[in-house]
Each structure stands twice: as C-alpha cells, then as structure tokens.
Design a protein around this ligand. Structure first.
Ligand code: HEC
Ligand code: HEC
Ligand code: HEC
Ligand code: HEC
Ligand code: HEC
Ligand code: HEC
Ligand code: HEC
Length: 259
C-alpha cells in the first residue's frame, strides 16, 4: 500500500528537474530502491532529528539529489534522507558516549555496501576487469563523491566539469596538466575518454581503438585528420600507440600530442 505522503514525494521528484533520474529509477532503470541498512533494535527518527546535532551536514545535504529521493513505495518519509545511508538512528541519538554513538550508526565511508544496495549498476561496473581498486578495499566511493555536498555527490554535477577533473587530479597529477600543448579534449573532462568506475577496456577507456578519438576527430575527408593523411597509419594500433599520439592528455614537447 502506498501512503499519501509518499505520493507527495513522488510528485515532488517528478516535477523537480534534478529528480527526473529518480523517477526513471523507480520505474525500473538504473538504481534499484531497497530499504536502508539494518541496525538491530533501532527505529527511524527522520532528518530533522539528525539536524539538531549535525547542523552543517544537514544544511548542505538539503540541496543534494539524495535528499530528494524516495526510498521505496510503502515507506514513511522519515526513512529517507540521512537514514537511507546511515540506517535507523534512534539508538545513535540516545547513545551517551561517542564510542556508543559510533557503534550504533552505519558509516558507509568505510564500506560501499550501503551505496550498492541502491546502486547495483555501479556495483556491476566495479566488477569489470579494469576498475578503480575499490573492491580490493584500497578506495571507497567517498574518494570521489562527497555524500553531503550538493556539488560533491557527483563531482561537478551541479557546477562544472572542472569538479570532476579536480577530483581526479588529487591522485593523478601527471594527467591533469597543465601542459604546454594542451589537448582540448581534456577540458571536457576525464570522463570523455574514461569510464571511471570500471570498463572492459584497459586503462578504463570507453573504447579500445581509434573510435575513442574519432568521435571528435572524424572529418569528411577521412582518412585525412587535421592536415595529415592517415591512410597508411590508422591500422597498426590505437592512435596513442606506436610512437604516434602517445600523450593523449597533453604534451610539453609536441603540438601533436606526442611525448
Ligand atoms: C544528540 C546528538 C546527535 C544526534 C541527534 C545525532 N547524532 Fe550523529 N553523532 C553525534 C556525535 C556526538 C557524534 C560523534 C561521535 C564521535 O566523534 O565518535 C556523531 C557521529 C555520527 C556519525 C559518525 C559515526 C562514526 O564514527 O563513523 C554518523 C554517521 C552520524 N553521527 C549520523 C547521524 C545520523 C544519520 C543522525 C540522525 C538519524 C544522527 N547522527 C543524529 C551526535 C548526534
Ligand atoms: C548517500 C548516502 C548518505 C546520506 C544520504 C547521508 N550520508 Fe552521512 N555519510 C555518508 C558517507 C559515505 C560518509 C563517510 C564520509 C567520508 O568518509 O568521507 C558519511 C559520514 C557522515 C558523518 C561522519 C562525519 C563525516 O563527515 O565524515 C556524519 C555525522 C553524517 N554522515 C551525518 C549525516 C546526516 C546528518 C545526514 C542527513 C542530513 C547524512 N549523513 C546523509 C553517506 C551519506
Ligand atoms: C536509498 C537508495 C540510495 C542509496 C543508499 C544511495 N543512493 Fe546514490 N542515488 C540514489 C538515487 C535514486 C539517485 C538518483 C538516480 C541516479 O542517478 O542513479 C542517486 C544518485 C547518486 C549520484 C548522482 C547524483 C548527482 O548529483 O548527479 C551519486 C554520485 C550517488 N548517488 C552516489 C551514492 C553513494 C556514494 C552512496 C553511498 C554513500 C549512495 N549514492 C547511496 C539512491 C541511493
Ligand atoms: C575514481 C572516482 C570515482 C569513484 C571511486 C566512484 N565514482 Fe561514481 N562517479 C565518478 C564520476 C567522475 C562520475 C561522473 C561520470 C560521468 O559523468 O560520466 C560518477 C558518477 C556516479 C553516479 C551517477 C551515475 C553514473 O554512473 O554516471 C553514481 C550513482 C555513482 N557515481 C556512484 C558511485 C558509487 C556507489 C561508488 C562507490 C561504490 C562510486 N560512484 C565510486 C567517479 C567515481
Ligand atoms: C583517491 C585516489 C584516486 C582518485 C581520486 C582517482 N583515482 Fe584513478 N586510480 C587510483 C588508483 C589507486 C588506481 C590504480 C592504479 C594501479 O592499479 O596501478 C587508479 C587507476 C586509474 C586509471 C587506470 C590506470 C592504469 O594504469 O590502468 C585511470 C585511467 C584512472 N585511474 C583515472 C581516474 C579518473 C579519470 C579519475 C577522476 C574521475 C580518477 N582516476 C580518480 C586512484 C585514484
Ligand atoms: C582524449 C581522451 C582522454 C582524456 C580526455 C583523458 N584520458 Fe586518460 N588516457 C587516455 C588514453 C588513450 C590512455 C592510454 C594511454 C596509453 O595506454 O598509453 C589514458 C591513460 C590514463 C591513465 C593511465 C596512465 C597512463 O598514462 O597510461 C590515467 C591515470 C589517466 N589516463 C587519467 C586521466 C585523467 C585524470 C584525465 C583527466 C584529467 C584523463 N585521463 C583524460 C585518454 C584520455
Ligand atoms: C571530446 C573531443 C575529443 C576527443 C575524444 C579527442 N580529441 Fe583530440 N582534440 C580535440 C580538440 C577540440 C582539439 C583541438 C582542435 C584541433 O586541433 O582539432 C584536439 C586536438 C588534438 C590534436 C592536436 C591537433 C594536431 O593538429 O595535431 C591531436 C594530435 C589529437 N587531438 C589527438 C587525439 C587523440 C589521439 C585522441 C584519442 C585518444 C583524441 N584526440 C580524442 C578534441 C578531442
């Protein structure tokens, strides 16, 4: 049975532009919506209760995608928001010591399971052969996503693509530049060429061959690319191999993206 309040939220989500993905999600594509992580003996208290002690986080969170999603059709409004990821909070709220507080709440920063319960697609992506070493326990979702910040849940989602690249540059300084000869593609974001959760292609590339580059460099005069005929060059390997454009991120030495 669906409660009235839930319908209110469904409507709110459907008319709110950012919530469109949420609506599709609930009709079967993308994330699968399931209940929050279980904490034995605890009950849901709702976001307002959390806000009493976690004021800053709660304020930021109010502007995120996650603050607008509905957890499942027959669930109370209380169960969405903070507790969808952290589990029911009553024991935590009433706990007397910090130690006890830490034990009575789920912290998904330490393990991705709390995220996977809804994000099965990303779980599958991390299962592909080439992936960030998150399943190996060397990283977590929060290395790239800030769960409480409207700009951080998806790096750059509400601001600019620069947000994504900054998130990558923390760990991959070599690829982030600056370079004397920039490759303009990188300005559109690292995700133009990489599927960063995981991919079937080496280096998490979106495509394993020249098609990665030809999405932007195809010309009607093909196999001429730029001013250069590539008719004898395109077949031996991908564009970035064999001494050709070996610096796809930009180069300090050569304007044609070579090392
Ligand atoms: C009465 C005040 C109070 C309320 C209400 C409260 N918290 Fe907390 N919470 C704390 C304190 C104090 C800590 C710090 C514990 C520490 O430093 O180890 C904390 C820590 C946390 C942590 C970090 C746990 C860890 O160590 O990994 C999370 C997550 C958390 N709270 C979530 C919530 C959520 C979700 C709610 C609402 C359901 C909530 N809190 C309500 C006081 C509160
Ligand atoms: C999308 C899932 C998600 C939701 C929803 C969520 N959190 Fe968190 N929360 C996390 C993750 C992940 C971490 C660990 C952050 C890290 O390790 O950097 C965290 C950490 C925390 C902490 C520990 C302090 C910190 O910043 O590391 C507190 C306190 C907290 N959350 C409170 C809240 C409150 C209050 C709400 C609702 C207003 C909320 N969270 C909603 C995922 C979530
Ligand atoms: C209760 C279900 C639920 C949980 C738990 C959950 N998410 Fe989400 N999340 C959603 C839905 C629904 C959307 C909107 C549709 C989509 O983009 O898949 C979303 C969107 C996102 C987005 C894109 C948001 C944007 O602003 O574009 C990111 C990134 C994300 N979640 C990461 C996380 C991480 C990291 C965790 C764990 C800390 C987590 N989620 C836990 C349901 C959930
Ligand atoms: C290495 C950095 C990184 C890690 C680790 C990471 N993400 Fe992402 N995630 C991104 C980027 C970048 C995007 C934007 C992708 C795009 O725009 O093509 C994204 C997008 C998303 C989205 C929006 C839908 C989509 O796939 O585009 C969701 C949901 C999401 N991530 C969930 C997660 C969850 C859950 C985890 C942990 C299990 C996680 N991510 C770990 C970088 C990361
Ligand atoms: C917290 C650090 C961290 C962040 C942030 C991060 N990565 Fe990574 N990345 C790693 C680690 C660790 C590896 C695995 C390296 C290895 O296995 O040698 C990796 C591997 C990669 C690889 C494959 C490298 C190879 O040699 O196979 C690519 C491509 C990559 N990351 C791109 C990105 C992009 C794009 C982003 C931003 C969305 C990003 N990374 C964010 C730590 C990070
Ligand atoms: C135009 C496409 C493109 C863009 C945009 C791009 N990459 Fe790459 N990236 C590649 C290719 C191609 C390789 C494989 C190079 C090789 O195997 O020699 C690669 C490899 C990597 C590697 C593995 C190390 C290496 O050089 O082999 C990392 C790490 C990486 N990229 C990170 C990033 C980051 C971070 C960004 C954003 C700042 C980014 N990439 C943007 C195409 C791109
Ligand atoms: C997102 C679109 C995009 C993608 C994908 C892309 N590029 Fe580019 N590339 C550009 C733009 C824009 C320029 C600058 C304009 C120009 O010179 O065509 C550029 C410039 C270049 C140049 C310098 C131009 C010259 O005359 O030598 C080379 C070389 C190059 N790209 C190679 C590659 C290779 C190799 C790949 C695949 C790994 C690739 N590009 C993928 C958009 C892209």
């Amino acid at each position: 049975m669906i409660k009235n309040k839930t319908w209110f939220w469904l409507m709110a989500i459907c008319v709110f532009p950012l919530g469109v993905a949420g609506c599709m999600t609930m009709s079967g594509s993308g994330a699968v919506i399931v209940p929050a992580p279980k904490i034995a003996g605890a009950e849901f208290v709702g976001m307002d209760t959390c806000a009493a002690c976690h004021e800053k986080i709660s304020k930021d969170f109010a502007r995120t995608t996650h603050s607008r999603i509905v957890v499942s059709g027959d669930m109370d409004v209380k169960e969405q928001g903070c507790e969808a990821c952290h589990g029911a909070g009553s024991l935590h709220v009433n706990a007397q010591t910090n130690e006890e507080k830490a034990k009575t709440i789920v912290n998904p920063g330490k393990a991705p399971e709390a995220c996977y319960q809804c994000h099965l697609k990303q779980k599958a992506e991390f299962g592909l052969q080439y992936h960030h070493p998150l399943p190996e326990g060397k990283m977590t979702c929060t290395d790239c996503h800030d769960p409480h910040s409207p700009e951080g849940v998806r790096p750059g989602s509400l601001t600019s693509l620069g947000g994504i690249d900054r998130a990558c540059a923390k760990c991959h300084k070599d690829q982030a530049g600056p370079f004397v000869y920039e490759h303009e593609a990188v300005r559109e974001g690292c995700t133009v060429c990489h599927n960063v959760h995981g991919s079937i292609n080496e280096k998490m590339l979106k495509q394993r061959d020249a098609h990665l580059c030809l999405r932007c460099h195809y010309q009607s005069t093909y196999p001429s690319i730029g001013d250069t005929s590539h008719s004898s060059r395109i077949f031996p390997g991908p564009c970035w191999s064999g001494g050709c454009h070996t610096a796809p991120h930009g180069s300090n030495y050569n304007e044609h993206e070579r090392l």
